[in-house]
Design a protein around this ligand. Structure first.
Ligand code: TRP
Ligand code: SF4
Length: 337
């Protein structure tokens, strides 16, 4: 049986962090054998909010791909590309925009959050109706074009993207109805059981919160950031009995990155007051560094051979455009344009 197409993208936010690794990348890597995977950097989507801050865009896009390759996204299995190099996506976006009712995109709950983020970034905490650009309003329509142009059947995403995908399914259905075709299937989300990784301060891990550990951080930086992890706040001295279940960040990281034996040992020693938090976090830093050593090594090698990386991207751009062109020929036929 032919493998189904799977499509997913990430905005070009620059170097990825351990939350991306645990929540998205390990999952993407594991899907590579089962599906015909198309993984892309959504650089147009990045412009929906950062249209006026493009000075690092090229490097950011490259950094995302370097992280992917280092983590095991394999160009021999998956197609890796930049959204903006597949012009058929833009063409489909125009056609889909003709058939998408305004209120479908205006209702998008994610949009309201994004607008809020932009406002706060601009230091505007007022209740003023913020400026909403046409491109940002069309965010889910562009996302639909990303998926539909590549004939995507499966879309691995986080819960925050489900509302967008619902719009995609509505748009696909509407296209089929209007043009009396069965060209598009309704792409299904594939939710992952994400072990949610918080930042060292216990908040959501994110670049803008300066609480993240990057996949590409060196060992010293990682160790230093791990030392900032929040622990059991009620614990004053190292021989006080600790509470791993109240250890807000450090123990959670152990549960994610440590082996079962280590987790048990930490838990027992902590409860017995035989383990100081500083020592505990030093060990945690070593465990994380060990886990990412080979990934970082690979990333380092790739970054010294950028020509090869661009060969991989160019090859992916072309493969994705070929696939999208096959779809678009049918779309143009269906629309009679
Ligand atoms: N909106 C997604 C995010 O912010 C990124 C994205 C853009 C995407 N186009 C997509 C994800 C298509 C899946 C499919 O995470
Ligand atoms: Fe957390 Fe380790 Fe301190 Fe216990 S000893 S509170 S697990 S950091």
């Amino acid at each position: 049986m032919q493998k189904e197409n799977l499509v997913s993208g990430m905005r070009s936010t620059g170097k990825l962090h351990l939350g991306h690794y645990m929540g998205v990348l390990t999952n993407w890597v594991n899907l590579q054998d089962e599906y015909n995977c198309f993984y892309f950097v959504a650089d147009w989507h990045a412009l929906t909010t950062k249209y006026d801050k493009t000075e690092n865009l090229k490097q950011d896009k490259l950094d995302v791909i370097l992280d992917w390759l280092a983590c095991g996204i394999d160009p021999n299995k998956s197609t890796i590309y930049f959204q903006s190099k597949v012009l058929q996506i833009a063409e489909l976006h125009v056609l889909l925009s003709m058939i998408t009712p305004n209120n479908w995109v205006e209702r998008d709950p994610t949009l309201k959050d994004m607008v809020k983020i932009i406002k706060n970034k601009d230091g505007d905490n007022s209740e003023n109706v913020p400026q909403l650009n046409y491109g940002l309003l069309g965010y889910p329509v562009l996302m639909s074009a990303d998926i539909m142009a590549l004939n995507g059947a499966i879309v691995p995403v986080g819960i925050d993207q489900l509302a967008h995908l619902e719009i995609t399914r509505d748009i696909a259905r509407r296209f089929n109805n209007i043009y009396k075709t069965e060209l598009f299937n309704e792409p299904k989300p594939k939710l992952t059981q994400i072990p949610l990784l918080c930042g060292v301060d216990g908040q959501k891990m994110g670049k803008s919160f300066a609480n993240d550990i990057k996949i590409s951080d060196d060992e010293a930086t990682t160790a230093k950031k791990v030392m900032q992890c929040i622990t059991d706040r009620s614990r004053a001295r190292k021989d006080d009995p600790g509470h791993p279940d109240k250890c807000e960040v450090a123990f959670k990281y152990y549960e994610i990155f440590g082996s079962e034996d280590v987790v048990k040992e930490v838990e027992a020693e902590c409860k017995a007051g035989k383990r100081g938090c500083a020592d505990c976090k030093r060990q945690l830093g070593c465990i994380i560094n060990e886990k990412f050593a080979s990934i970082r090594q690979k990333r380092q090698e790739l970054s010294q051979d950028i020509d090869t990386v661009y060969d991989i991207i160019n090859d992916g751009n072309k493969k994705a455009a070929d696939e999208a062109e096959r779809v678009m020929q049918k779309v143009r036929d269906a629309v009679n344009i």
